[in-house]
Design a protein around this ligand. Structure first.
Ligand code: HEM
Length: 509
C-alpha cells in the first residue's frame, strides 16, 4: 500500500476510534447501560442480531432488561424501555412522540398509513381510510366474514370425511387474504378455493422479510440499492423493500393485485357518473351490476373530498398503500389465529371450557355463529385477548422520536430526536401488570382487574398510531375460532417442539 493509502487508512481508524470513544463515554446516552457494541454502532449491532442471527434482537433486548432494568441502550441514539407507565405516557394522544423516519423508511412505503411519519399528513391519511375499516364498517362486513368462514369450514369438512390433515397455517392465511383483498381491492384473491390454499402474496412477503433487517442495519447502502433498482431493475443486495419495488415481482408474482387495481380504476374512470358519485360516504352495494365490486379503500383514496387536505395519490402511491394494507391485514391476524389454535389445542382445560361455551350457546352446528353472538361470549373473548397478549403478530420495536421539548425519563431529560423503542412482546409480559406473565390464562381477562389489563395490552399499539384494522382483526378471530371449534375436534399433527418458535422479522415469522 502507498504512503498516502496508509495515511488515509490510519486517519480513518483514528476518526473511527475517537467517535467510538465519544459514543461510549461522552454521548448524552452514555449514562445508560446496555450493549457497548450498540453504543458504538447501531448498524453492526442490528445486523448481527437481526440479520445474522435471524430476528433474535428482541430476545437479546429482553435478556439485557433482565440484567440492567427498565432502560437499556440499543443504539448510538436509541434506548429500549420496558416500563408500562412510560409506554402509556409515550402513547398519550398529545405526547408529541412521532414515528422514527429512519426506521419506517425501510419497513414501509413512504406516505402510507403505516409509513407516514409526519403527524399532520398521517392524520389526513388516517381520516381517509378510517371509514373503510371502522367498527361500523366491520359490522357491515361481518356477514361476508361469516360467509368466508363457512367456505373454509367446507374445506375442513372434506378433510374430516377423508380423515386427512389440513395446514392451519395455510388455511388461516388464505382466510385473511380473501377478506382483506376484498376490502382493499374490491375483489378477493380466491385463496380459500385454491387446492393448497396457495397465497403468492404471503410467499413473497415472507421471502422479502427474511432479509428485512438488512435495511435498518445499513441505511445508506439500502437507499442506494433502492435507487439502483428503481433506475436499472438490478438488485445489488437482498432487501425487503428492494424486492417490493422489483418490476419482475410486480409483474409476475402478484400480477393479480396490480391488474385488479388498474382494471378497477379503468372501469371507474370510464364511468364518469360513477366516479362523480363516489362521495365521502362509502359504497353501499358491493356488487353493482356490470362493474367490479367496490373497494371502499380505493374509492376513499381516489376521492379528493374524502378528507380536508387529502391529495389523490398517483397510481404508484395508490399501489404502495394497497400493498401495505394487504400486508397489515393478512399476516398479522392469521399469525394470531395459528398461535391461538395451537394454544387452545395444547391446553385441555381451556379447550374444554372454550368448546363448552360455544356448544351451549349455539348448539346447531349448521347455523353459523354470527359476529353479534360471538361478541357476547365471555370465555371466547377472554381467550382471544389472551391469544393477542401472547401471540405477537408484531412483536418487536416500534421506535418513536422524542419531541422538540425533550422528554424527562426517571428525572433525566432526553434530548429531542433521541429514539425510544418499546415492544409488545416485552410489554405484554411485564410482571408489574400481568401476574404469571408467561402463563396462558384466559381467566385473567374475566376478573375485576380486566379493564386495567386492557389498558396495558400493547398488541395493537395505543394512541394516534394504534392499529386501524383492530376491529377487523377481532371480527375475523371471533368468527373463525368460534365456528371452527364448535364444529371440529382439532388435534395437532406433526407439530414438534420448536415448530412454534418465532423470529422477529418485523412481522413474526
Ligand atoms: C391481530 C392482528 C393485528 C395486529 C396485532 C396489528 C398490530 C398493529 C400494530 C402494532 C400497529 C402499529 C404499527 C406501528 O406503530 O408501526 C398497527 C398499525 C396498523 N394496522 Fe394493524 N394489526 C393487526 C391487524 C390489522 C388488520 C386486519 C389491518 C387491516 C388492514 C391492519 C391495518 C393497520 C394499519 C392501516 C395500521 C397503521 C395505523 C396508523 O398508523 O394510523 N392491522 N397494527
Amino acid at each position: 500500500m502507498s504512503q498516502i493509502g496508509i495515511a488515509v487508512v490510519s486517519l480513518y481508524a483514528v476518526l473511527w476510534l475517537s467517535r467510538a470513544i465519544y459514543r461510549l463515554y461522552l454521548h448524552p446516552l452514555s449514562r445508560y447501560p446496555g450493549s457497548p457494541v450498540a453504543a458504538v454502532s447501531t448498524s453492526w449491532y442490528e445486523w448481527y442480531w437481526n440479520y445474522y442471527q435471524n430476528g433474535q434482537m428482541i430476545f437479546e433486548i429482553e435478556r439485557l432488561h433482565r440484567i440492567h432494568g427498565p432502560v437499556i441502550r440499543i443504539g448510538v441514539n436509541d434506548l429500549h424501555i420496558s416500563d408500562p407507565a412510560v409506554y402509556q405516557d409515550m402513547t398519550r394522544v398529545d405526547s408529541g412522540f412521532t414515528k422514527d423516519p429512519y426506521f419506517y423508511q425501510f419497513i414501509s412505503f413512504p406516505h402510507t398509513s403505516i409509513g407516514e411519519t409526519d403527524p399532520a399528513l398521517h392524520r389526513i391519511r388516517r381520516k381517509v381510510l378510517t371509514p373503510a375499516l371502522s367498527g361500523t364498517r366491520v359490522q357491515e362486513l361481518a356477514p361476508t366474514i361469516v360467509a368466508k368462514t363457512e367456505q373454509l369450514m367446507r374445506r375442513f369438512d372434506a378433510v374430516a370425511v377423508s380423515r386427512s390433515t389440513i395446514s392451519i397455517h395455510a388455511a388461516a392465511k388464505a382466510f385473511t387474504m380473501d377478506i382483506i383483498s376484498k376490502i382493499v381491492l374490491g375483489q378477493e384473491m380466491g385463496c380459500i378455493a385454491e387446492p393448497s390454499f396457495r397465497n403468492e402474496f404471503i410467499d413473497f412477503l415472507h421471502a422479502a422479510f427474511s432479509v428485512g433487517w438488512m435495511a435498518p442495519a445499513f441505511p445508506r447502502l439500502s437507499s442506494m440499492a433502492i435507487a439502483v433498482v428503481e433506475r436499472t431493475g438490478v438488485k445489488i443486495i437482498p432487501l425487503a423493500l428492494v424486492d417490493f419495488k422489483r418490476v419482475d415481482f410486480l409483474l409476475t408474482t402478484i400480477p393479480k393485485c396490480l391488474g385488479i387495481t388498474e382494471r378497477y380504476l379503468a372501469k371507474f374512470d370510464a364511468n364518469h357518473a360513477l366516479t362523480a358519485s363516489i362521495a365521502p360516504s362509502l359504497p353501499t352495494s358491493s356488487d353493482t351490476p356490470g362493474l367490479p365490486s367496490r373497494s371502499a379503500v380505493i374509492d376513499m383514496l381516489m376521492n379528493p373530498a374524502s378528507a380536508k387536505g387529502h391529495t389523490v395519490p398517483t397510481i404508484s402511491e395508490l399501489n404502495d398503500e394497497l400493498i401495505m394494507l394487504l400486508t397489515a391485514g393478512n399476516d398479522t391476524t392469521s399469525n394470531a389465529m395459528v398461535a391461538g389454535i395451537h394454544r387452545i389445542c395444547s391446553d385441555a382445560a381451556v379447550r374444554h371450557r372454550f368448546v363448552d361455551e360455544l356448544r351451549t350457546h349455539s348448539p346447531a352446528v349448521d347455523d353459523p355463529i354470527s359476529y353479534e353472538m360471538a361478541k357476547r361470549l365471555p370465555y371466547l373473548n377472554a381467550t382471544i385477548k389472551e391469544i393477542l397478549r401472547l401471540a405477537h403478530p408484531l412483536p418487536g420495536r416500534l421506535p418513536r422520536v422524542v419531541p422538540a421539548q425533550g422528554y424527562t425519563l426517571y428525572g433525566h431529560t432526553l434530548e429531542a430526536r433521541t429514539v425510544i423503542h418499546t415492544s409488545a412482546y416485552i410489554l405484554n409480559r411485564h410482571a408489574d401488570i400481568f401476574d404469571r406473565p408467561d402463563e396462558f390464562d384466559p381467566d385473567r381477562w374475566l376478573g375485576a382487574d380486566s379493564a386495567r389489563l386492557d389498558k396495558h395490552l400493547a398488541t395493537f399499539n395505543r394512541g394516534v398510531r394504534q392499529c386501524l384494522g383492530k376491529d377487523l382483526a377481532w371480527c375475523e378471530l371471533l368468527v373463525l375460532l368460534a365456528n371452527l371449534f364448535r364444529r371440529f375436534e382439532l388435534a395437532p399433527v406433526g407439530v414438534g417442539p420448536g415448530d412454534m418458535e418465532w423470529a422477529d422479522l418485523v412481522l413474526t415469522v
